[in-house]
Design a protein around this ligand. Structure first.
Ligand SMILES: *Cc1c(COP(=O)(O)O)cnc(C)c1O
Length: 340
């Protein structure tokens, strides 16, 4: 029985569900892991995560298909990315096969919370890991918890995609040899001031530059970016301080192999922005969010697709990728992970 929720009006907030998956790391190994109902975490007040922010996370979704099957989209890439994040933060890696099994278990246990096909809503899955034992001197924890919580979330854009406005902020997101390429909580902690400030000034998101030269486009606080040139090439910035978005990697594949477009992953300069005809953010939450304007310190760069509609290529990419995710368009091998 699907829960009686008003799916169409569900927002993007957290709704507590029945079960969460927990595995603890102690004495050099992960324990077996289990599904539990307690939504509180019990750790030392001196836990490494609380003192030194030793934590990383992932985000993916489960959907119901037309045939009422439940599937996830490329969770193997989330598992691999989380292993990379853990390694960079001196945390133990949670093995890929166990990650996939844990996703399956926790979605199945909360199956009634997976929104119906066609509602636009989905079940957001949030795996995360943190250093859980008391640490005073600066060093990695010796005990960790890996946990997966899930929450039904509504459609990102109610009533269709709406173009958003970005600004170039006077803040940086990632240092050249820092942690921008891993999904660490600390990257988000330091972006909070910038996003609150952007909202105060009337912008939707911050479009960060490379902090080394401040001449090249990187990404926003929580989404990668793609551009479409006037001759329909899909371009995305190349940089080793960008978080490798699974949505972006999938969109570039779809652009090339499903839509027959040219694709380029290369350095993109701030100066070039006015040459593009479409621009969109990409990530699990919205898949694609069209960008209508970019504000660079008062100078407005108007994207030709404008503030009223989604660009043609952006819309095609969106329709194709969401069609693949929901099982209506044949997926490349291995992209769809069946849950039930
Ligand atoms: C999670 C995240 C993304 C989007 O990645 P997806 O795998 O597509 O959801 C983009 N940028 C940052 C900084 C992120 O943390």
């Amino acid at each position: 029985m699907v829960k009686g929720i008003d799916w169409k009006n569900l927002g993007f907030g957290y709704t507590k569900t029945d079960y969460r998956y927990v595995s603890n790391f102690k004495d050099g190994k992960w324990n077996g892991g289990e599904l539990i109902q307690d939504d509180l975490v019990h750790i030392s007040e001196c836990a490494c995560v609380l003192q030194y922010a030793q934590t990383c996370f992932e985000g993916l979704k489960a959907y119901r298909t037309k045939e009422n099957k439940i599937v996830c989209f490329r969770p193997d890439l989330n598992a691999e990315r989380m292993m990379a994040s853990a390694a960079r933060l001196e945390m133990p890696q949670f093995p890929k096969e166990r990650f996939l099994d844990a996703v399956k278990q926790v979605v199945k246990a909360n199956i009634d919370w997976v929104p119906p096909y066609g509602s636009g809503a989905s079940l957001y899955i949030r795996p995360f890991m943190f250093g859980s034992d008391a640490i005073m001197g600066v060093k990695p924890a010796t005990e960790y918890q890996f946990r997966i919580i899930v929450s039904p979330v509504g459609p990102y854009f109610k009533g269709g995609m709406k173009p958003i406005v970005l600004r170039i902020p006077d803040f940086d997101r990632a240092a050249p040899l820092g942690t921008g390429h891993v999904k660490a909580g600390l990257n988000y902690a330091m972006s909070l001031h910038a996003i609150v400030d952007a909202h105060k000034q009337g912008f939707n998101e911050n479009l960060y530059l490379d902090s080394g030269t401040r001449t090249k486009i990187e990404e926003t606080g929580g989404a990668n970016i793609i551009f479409v040139t006037k001759d329909n090439t899909v371009v995305t910035p190349k940089s080793n301080t960008i978080l490798p978005s699974i949505t972006r990697r999938s969109l570039m594949y779809v652009a090339e192999h499903y839509l027959g477009l040219k694709v380029e992953e290369r350095e993109v300069y701030l100066e070039e922005l006015s040459d593009f005809k479409e621009c969109a953010l990409c990530g699990t939450a919205a898949v694609l969010s069209p960008v209508g304007k970019i504000n660079d310190h008062g100078k407005e760069i108007l994207i030709p697709s404008g503030m009223e509609k989604t660009g043609e290529i952006t819309q095609k990419l969106y329709n194709t990728l969401t069609g693949i995710q929901k099982g209506n368009i044949e997926a490349p091998k291995g992209w769809i992970f069946p849950i039930s």
